[in-house]
Design a protein around this ligand. Structure first.
Ligand code: NAD
Length: 478
């Protein structure tokens, strides 16, 4: 597959391209993507600017209808999109197909959003004046997305941007652009030219040109905290609205009275699905002394039974990491965990055999990790969990909060008082009781606290807050 840019309704070529390798098998080239330059980004933004007025004038109902049609079209291609994502970025095919279905559900949700009410009527001092609020689109929005959800994240930003009347230039991650390209290739013809534009290439070139461009009126970004901070500084200096979703260091707390079957299953799923490459992945397991040994034994047994292998095979639970850089980073954090006193209970060494031709890291469990150790503080983004023992619920909450991130957290308990104490005390945008840290529903607000987010929320109705301005209107009959 040779992906192209979509600019002003045309699929366009660029001068330079780069190959995309399958992370499970380096010799397999999945396709090529353009390396767009600043002039490609400029053309895309001008196209979005030209399409802006007519798209707004179309009205929310008609815009929503187009999104609903896009959902129907995409739904016929779930298997194809799932396989492509598995080959391009290593997500096991079952999960990847589920993500394609999520993109469809997001389109349906925001298709319906075109029919829902907007604004409120507010009493005016003069009783004959009609005073109300309405919502106006920002205009041209830049959307910059990471590789770990190549279908869902571009869609959960683009669909609300569009239904609320914005036009879009999307710059997906270079490690997952083929999947994003194919998704838009399937549905782009439903939209008027210039309403959705796709520019593929490096963050440092195409992404940078996007955030620096004078036509941009809003930037929505998901990715690493470092790049997010740079985007925030650029946006602030230019008076552009911005929204950031970034890293996490998500804890589960396993209380003495937890349902251990549930706690083990959902800790494994939260930590190991997508090989731990989710912003909401479970990374720290804060376990109370009373059940520590039994929980640890069961966790390790369950993890040792996971099937690791080719992500395009349906029985695979755990695929490779996305890239050499990600592999090197995770393996060096595992080494650091050892030198800082953590004990490896399973995993921790490079895998051999046919898997050595891909970026496979074995699922790894550390025990006895100090709360301040690097692997208990830094985002790993790999299949690695650190067990941190505690004696009380208060101590568990204190450890849960003792990181710079605050995205998602779970507690496993049968005791309502413990559950409520965690819901109250944990500093995170998402707190889940007897649920895994990952897996938030599309109709509910999503976002974090502290260094995880710029504190705005995505998904569901919350998206209207970023993608629109409030306009207050007063009409006095004369
Ligand atoms: P990244 O920050 O390296 O890249 C994200 C996007 O930003 C890519 O499209 C990249 O090309 C672009 N980019 C890079 N430099 C840029 C620049 N100077 N200007 C403009 N754009 C630029 O992140 P990644 O490695 O793709 O994704 C992994 C990170 O994403 C992890 O930290 C993870 O926690 C985070 N993430 C967060 C969420 C969330 O919702 N909180 C969801 C998924 C991933």
């Amino acid at each position: 597959m040779d992906a192209r840019n979509l600019i002003g309704g045309e699929w366009t070529e660029t001068t330079n391209r780069t190959a995309v390798q399958n992370p499970a098998e380096w010799n397999h080239v999945v396709g090529t993507i353009p390396l767009s330059e600043a002039q490609d980004v400029d053309r895309a933004l001008r196209a979005a600017q030209s399409a802006r007025r007519a798209w707004k004038a179309l009205g929310a109902v008609a815009r929503g209808n187009i999104l609903s049609q896009a959902a129907n079209l995409l739904e016929a291609h779930l298997d194809e999109l799932g396989l492509l994502a598995a080959q391009e970025m290593g997500k096991p095919i079952g999960e990847a197909r589920g993500e394609a279905a999520r993109a469809v559900a997001i389109l349906r949700y925001y298709g319906g959003e075109g029919l829902r009410s907007v604004g409120e009527v507010i009493p005016a001092t003069n009783p004959s004046t009609l005073q109300y609020t309405t919502r106006e689109p920002l205009g041209v929005v830049g959307i910059i997305t990471p590789w770990n959800f190549p279908l869902a994240i571009p869609m959960w930003k683009t669909a609300p941007a569009l239904v609320y009347g914005n036009t879009v230039v999307l710059k997906p991650a270079e490690l997952a652009s083929l999947t994003a390209y194919r998704m838009w290739e399937l549905i782009a013809s439903l939209f008027p030219a210039g309403v959705v534009n796709l520019v593929l290439g490096l963050g440092s070139v195409a992404g940078e040109a996007l955030i620096q461009h004078p036509l941009i009126q809003g930037v929505s970004f998901t990715g690493s905290t470092g790049v997010g901070q740079h985007i925030a500084e650029t946006a602030v200096s230019r008076g552009v609205k911005y929204q950031l979703e970034m890293g996490g260091k998500n804890p589960v707390i396993v209380a003495d009275d937890a349902d251990l079957d549930l706690a083990v299953e959902l800790t494994v799923s939260g930590a190991m699905r997508s090989a731990g490459q989710k912003c909401t992945a479970t990374s720290r397991v804060i376990v109370m002394e009373g059940i520590r040994h039994e929980f640890t034994d069961r966790l390790v047994n369950r993890i040792q039974a996971l099937q690791q292998g080719d992500p395009s095979q349906p029985e695979t639970y755990l695929g490779p990491l996305v890239s050499q850089a990600q592999y090197d980073k995770v393996m060096s954090l595992i080494d650091r965990g050892r030198t800082e006193g953590g004990r490896v209970l399973t995993g921790g060494t490079p895998v051999g055999g046919p898997l050595a031709r891909g970026y496979f890291v074995p699922p790894t469990v550390f025990d006895g990790v100090a709360a301040g150790a690097t692997i208990a503080q830094e985002e790993i983004f790999g299949p690695v969990v650190a067990l941190i023992p505690v004696k009380t619920v208060d101590e568990a909450i204190e450890v849960a909060n003792d990181v710079r991130y605050g995205l998602s957290a779970s507690v496993f308990t049968r005791n309502l008082k413990t559950a409520m104490a965690c819901v109250e005390g944990i500093e995170a945008g998402l707190v889940r009781v007897n649920e895994e840290t990952a897996g938030v529903e599309l109709q509910a607000p999503f976002g974090g606290l502290k260094a995880s987010s710029s504190h705005s929320r995505e998904q569901g109705r919350a998206a209207i807050e970023f993608y629109t301005h409030t306009k207050t209107v007063a009409i006095r009959p004369s």
